[in-house]
Design a protein around this ligand. Structure first.
Ligand SMILES: [Zn+2]
Ligand SMILES: [Zn+2]
Length: 183
C-alpha cells in the first residue's frame, strides 16, 4: 500500500519529508512518500466571515487529486491554514471514513498558536499524531476510548498531547486488516 503526503499551498517541505518517515513507522506495511505535485490552496475555500478555510472543500481538492493520481492508495493533504467544518469552531483534520483521502492542518499544532514558545519537537509529534489519526479514519477506524491510542478524539491540543502516535492493539489489528485489503 502507498500513502502519499500532498502539500496544499505553502507547506514546509522538511516537515513533509519528516512526516513520511515517521508515518512509515506507524504504518509498517505501507510505503510513504511526498507526492511530486502540490495543489494550490484555493482562495474560494476561504470563509471571509469566519476568517478560516472550509475543510470539506479542501478535502474535496485532495479527493480530486486522488482520482487523478494513479498508484497511490491513500492521500493525506497537509495545509498550513486554519480550517473548520460548519458545526465546529475548528478542526485539526478531516477524513473520508472509510475512504482514500484525509486532510490535516498544521495551523493549531504550533505551540506559538497558544502563546507558548516555539518547540519543533512538540510541533512535529502533533503533526504525526493528527496525520496517523486521520489516516486511521480512511482505513475505517472510528474513535477509540483508550486514552493513549492515536484514534482517541482530540477536542483540544491537550488531548492531542496526551495520546501517543501509535494505534492501540485493537485499532492496529483493524487497520492492518484493511491495509492488507488494499494490497
Ligand atoms: Zn477523528
Ligand atoms: Zn485504539
Amino acid at each position: 500500500m502507498k500513502i502519499g503526503v500532498l502539500p496544499i499551498g505553502k507547506a514546509d517541505a522538511a516537515v513533509m519529508v519528516w512526516l513520511t518517515e515517521r508515518l512509515a513507522e506507524v504504518f509498517p506495511d505501507a510505503t510513504c512518500l511526498v507526492t511530486d505535485e502540490t495543489v494550490p490552496l484555493r482562495e474560494d475555500t476561504f470563509d471571509k466571515k469566519r476568517k478560516q478555510y472550509r475543510s470539506h472543500a479542501i478535502l474535496g481538492e485532495v479527493q480530486g487529486f486522488a482520482v487523478r493520481k494513479r498508484g497511490v492508495d491513500l492521500v493525506l493533504g497537509v495545509v498550513d491554514a486554519d480550517i473548520f467544518v460548519p458545526e465546529l469552531n475548528f478542526v485539526f483534520g478531516e477524513a473520508a471514513c472509510p475512504g482514500k483521502t484525509a486532510l490535516i492542518s498544521l495551523w493549531r499544532l504550533r505551540p506559538e498558536f497558544y502563546g507558548e514558545s516555539p518547540n519543533e519537537t512538540l510541533f512535529l509529534e502533533r503533526v504525526l499524531k493528527e496525520a496517523a489519526h486521520e489516516l486511521g479514519h480512511t482505513l475505517g477506524l472510528g474513535h477509540c476510548s483508550r486514552s493513549s491510542c492515536v484514534m482517541r478524539f482530540s477536542n483540544s491540543i491537550s488531548d492531542t498531547d496526551i495520546k501517543q502516535s501509535f494505534f492501540c492493539n485493537k485499532c492496529s489489528l483493524h487497520a492492518k486488516i484493511n491495509i492488507n485489503k488494499l494490497g
